[in-house]
Design a protein around this ligand. Sequence first.
Ligand SMILES: Nc1ncnc2c1ncn2[C@@H]1O[C@H](COP(=O)(O)OP(=O)(O)OP(=O)(O)O)[C@@H](O)[C@H]1O
Ligand SMILES: [Mg+2]
Length: 423
Amino acid sequence: MARGGFRATNDWPRGRETKPQADAVQELGANHTLIVGQSRSGKTNAARRLIEEILLWTEARIVLFDPNGDFLWLKEVNPDISNLNSGEMEDREDFAPLWNERVRPFITVASKREDGAPWGIPWGKLTLEEMAAFLNLDPAETFAEYQVFRRHYEFEETRWMERNPDDGSEPRKGRDLGTIRTFKDSQYFKIGSGDAIDRYRLRLESLEARPAWALTSSNDLDSLLRSSFKGAVIDLSMGDEEVRAMTAARALEVVWKQGEEYRTEAMRAEPGSVISWPGTIVVIDEAHLFAAPGPLEPRRRLLSDRIERFADQGKKFNLYLMLITQQPNKLNQRILAECSNRVILRMNERLSLRLLEETYGGIRGRYDGALTFSQGEALLEGALLCDENPPPPMPRGVLFLRACTREGGATPPRNWARPKINS
Ligand SMILES: Nc1ncnc2c1ncn2[C@@H]1O[C@H](COP(=O)(O)OP(=O)(O)OP(=O)(O)O)[C@@H](O)[C@H]1O
Ligand SMILES: [Mg+2]
């Protein structure tokens, strides 16, 4: 069952060179992958190409953190696809019908822009640890306020338990302490007063004012991620960095919990029985914004720790990372070190290439070719080069064609700085 989530589907690969490609896609899905390159080198495009292969040909699911809005149209096929890639894509002529048939109905876009679709964080379902981190409370640094918060949390929890008496059959499930607004307007503040309570209450008010929260407790980020999907694109292109960090941290927790549930189910299953255990790849564009090296304030630390947990232990839960960044030096180095697949696009400085060499060992100078690459040219390294045995000591050069799905985001026109010439 180890890589069950990434088994190629039966009709792979429809007239292509079969095994090496299927194996490469499997290795791509079943390992952590790093995509690096300078600005405009084609990182996002390369990621989209890889995601297209994974979604079309494997049973894997993708959850994508999209801080630039570049993936919001992932479910659509690029309308200009045949002009853009003419002559280069015999094997992708059938892309549109396949994509529409297999993948499109299963891509969910969690975006505030889509008619205010509800997708916010369900405050009442957060753990005590999450609430404390989102309030930026650290027991070591803000002890008095942290204690007030703890007592408040326990107060709300007791009230919830009174409303939902334990019937003794199972541990209570579905604890929900309500919205952040009801939490803030709690009776608890009528009981006590004091400096620490006032400061804590101010924190809660300023957190409530962030545009992060689900309005109702039935339709939220948790339920979205627990629904059935092939790809879930989480639009994090809002300006508010704190909302971005909290949304990503919560999404990771939901996916992690699901991974744990699948694993428990697999362990309990009868020997020989077939269980469905889909692998999930969490794709993080601009990964350095999500997992910076420390020291970090509690909110950012929670997020970075969660990504690190995926990197360290995700594989046993069938959970994987695809990290995209132009600044590997600004990414938590422990996470970087766990990426056993590497895709290196054009780089305009040696420092990052040296860092990668130091992180992964091997022959010095092997990434230097990336200094002169054109857009889309890349070096591949790691488990996905599984067609060579023993593994090659040097990376393999490839060219990424333009992805077939529709590009999102906003790119400034290339000719904006062209001098205006009066005729
Ligand atoms: N291989 C390619 N062939 C054709 N066009 C490409 C290719 N790679 C990228 N492009 C185009 O170049 C532009 C920039 O590419 P992309 O957004 O992938 O770069 P990036 O490295 O992610 O940039 P940024 O650092 O700004 O996020 C996009 O409009 C994309 O469609
Ligand atoms: Mg990009």
